[in-house]
Structures are given as structure tokens and as C-alpha cells.
Design a binder for this molecule. Structure first.
Ligand SMILES: NC(=O)c1ccc[n+]([C@@H]2O[C@H](COP(=O)([O-])OP(=O)(O)OC[C@H]3O[C@@H](n4cnc5c(N)ncnc54)[C@H](O)[C@@H]3O)[C@@H](O)[C@H]2O)c1
Length: 246
């Protein structure tokens, strides 16, 4: 049986306990994949895994040694979705090096850690689908989210580099760039930035509304499928047109 007609897949959803990652884990599990959710949030992660018939591992994805040990042991995986992330709303001069280190360790470092642990198994199998969740902020910049945007821009450049290095090994690497999606992360931002922020985010889209985690998960599931075998190194906005022209 060749890689292309295998129906059964092992998928790792890093940051899969909430929001976009949770919707992706549910979608992949419903399509028959054997899903492992890795997340620092054990309560929601375990609950979701039970609900959708997935497995769960409690893990701080910024901890390189812990990630290497866990995924080295639990792999190999056919699909890797990196969805863990968080932002911080403050203008750059109001932030400190500690904030930068934290934002970069999570939004970029966690992606590097998981990919470093999982990619050798994909290379050996000569098959892989990597989908990294960046943000339109990584293409357009973000007022009040400069370091987050910088980390997401780095995820885009990193993913394109993975696509270049691994294309001939049957491995694709793509980015989804969400706009404002109705998740706990967005609700936390609205709590700190108020209704004005919500109105500004909605107005920045062409469709005039927030997206749902399921709408992002559908695009991730496509990029993770065999059907997307000729799509690599791409950044696909799932942002109601916010990134139109980027
Ligand atoms: N919601 C949006 O509007 C939006 C927009 C653009 C990009 N994104 C990106 O989408 C991704 C998912 O965000 P979301 O909105 O679903 O947020 P969310 O807060 O609902 O989910 C993020 C998940 O990451 C996990 N996580 C955080 N730090 C972790 C760590 N150190 N180790 C392991 N897990 C950790 C959290 O526990 C949580 O389950 C993020 O990368 C985010 O930057 C979200």
C-alpha cells in the first residue's frame, strides 16, 4: 500500500485542547485519523480527547527536552498541526524582554520543538503533512501585537523553508493565517481591549464577522489531506478576506 492511498493517519495536534486546535482535532478524528492532542491544559485536553476518541498528553510545548522525549516515544506521525499560541495586547515600548521571550518561545519556539521531534519520522516514511497556525498578523503586522506578529512572521518563513527542504520526501508544509476567530484567545483579548477592539477586528474583514474555529479546522484538514499533495509552502488566509492582497 502506498502512502497516497492509506486511509488511516496518525495526527498530532499541538495546542489541541482549545479553540482552533480543538476544532481541528475533532475534525481529523471524525475523518478517521488517530489523533493525539498535546497541550499544557490537561483538564480541557483530557475532556476533549475522551469526547472525540483521541489520545492526550499534557505537555509544555516550549520545553524542548520534554517535547523531544514525548514525541520521539509516541511517534511517528503522518500529520502535524501546530496550533499552540497566545498573544499580548500592548504597544511595543510597553513590553519588556521577558514578554518578548515568552511570546517567541510559545509562538515560534513551540513550533520548532514539535517539528524537530516529528519531522525525522516523516522523512523516514517519506510522507508528511505539516500545517502551522500563524496569523494574518504575521503578514500584515499588528497594532498592539508587534512581537506576536514577528513570531508569526517567523513561523511563515520557517514553514516555507521546511517546504523547500522536504518537498522531495513527500512532505508538505503550509501555513494557515487566521483572522479574528471566536475562540477563548480572542475573548481574552476583547476583555482587555474592550468592545472597540472587537468592532475594529470585525471591520477589518471583508465579510464583516468573526470566523469560527470550525472554519479554520476545515482548511487545516484540507491541507492535511492527501488531496493537498501538490500544495506546499503556501500561506492560506482564513480571515474573511482581511489579508486580501497580502
Ligand atoms: N483566535 C484568533 O483570533 C486567532 C487569530 C490568528 C491566529 N490565531 C492563532 O491560532 C492558534 C490557536 O489559537 P486559539 O485562538 O485557538 O487560542 P486558544 O487559547 O483557544 O488555544 C490555544 C491552545 O494553546 C495551548 N497552549 C498555550 N501555551 C501552551 C504551551 N506552552 N504548551 C502547550 N500548549 C499550550 C492552550 O492551552 C490552548 O489549548 C494560535 O497559534 C493563535 O496565535 C488565533
Amino acid at each position: 500500500m502506498t502512502a497516497d492511498n492509506r486511509k488511516w493517519r496518525r495526527a498530532l495536534v499541538a495546542g489541541g485542547a482549545s479553540g482552533i486546535g480543538a476544532a481541528t482535532a475533532a475534525r481529523l478524528a471524525a475523518s478517521g485519523a488517530d489523533v493525539l492532542i498535546a497541550d499544557v491544559d490537561a483538564t480541557n485536553g483530557r475532556r476533549l480527547a475522551t469526547e472525540i476518541g483521541a489520545s492526550f498528553i499534557a505537555l509544555d510545548l516550549t520545553d524542548h527536552a520534554a517535547v523531544a522525549a514525548a514525541f520521539g516515544h509516541l511517534g511517528p506521525f503522518d500529520i502535524l498541526v501546530n496550533s499552540a499560541g497566545a498573544d499580548q495586547h500592548a504597544f511595543f515600548t510597553q513590553t519588556e524582554p521577558n514578554d518578548w521571550a515568552r511570546l517567541i518561545a510559545l509562538n515560534l519556539g513551540a513550533v520548532l520543538n514539535a517539528t524537530h521531534a516529528v519531522l525525522p519520522g516523516m522523512q523516514q516514511a517519506r510522507y508528511g503533512r505539516i500545517v502551522n497556525v500563524a496569523s494574518e498578523a504575521g503578514r500584515l503586522g499588528s497594532r498592539g501585537g508587534s512581537v506576536y506578529a514577528a513570531a508569526k512572521g517567523a513561523v511563515i518563513a520557517f514553514t516555507r523553508s521546511l517546504a523547500r527542504e522536504n518537498g522531495r520526501m513527500g512532505i508538505t508544509a503550509n501555513v494557515v493565517a487566521p483572522g479574528p476567530i471566536d475562540t477563548p484567545m480572542l475573548r481574552r483579548a476583547v476583555e482587555s481591549g474592550g468592545e472597540k477592539l472587537m468592532a475594529a477586528m470585525t471591520a477589518a474583514t471583508l465579510v464583516g464577522r468573526l470566523g469560527t474555529p470550525q472554519e479554520v479546522a476545515a482548511v487545516i484538514a484540507f491541507l492535511a489531506s492527501d488531496d493537498a499533495g501538490y500544495v506546499t509552502g503556501e500561506v492560506l488566509g482564513v480571515s474573511g478576506g482581511m489579508g486580501c492582497g497580502a
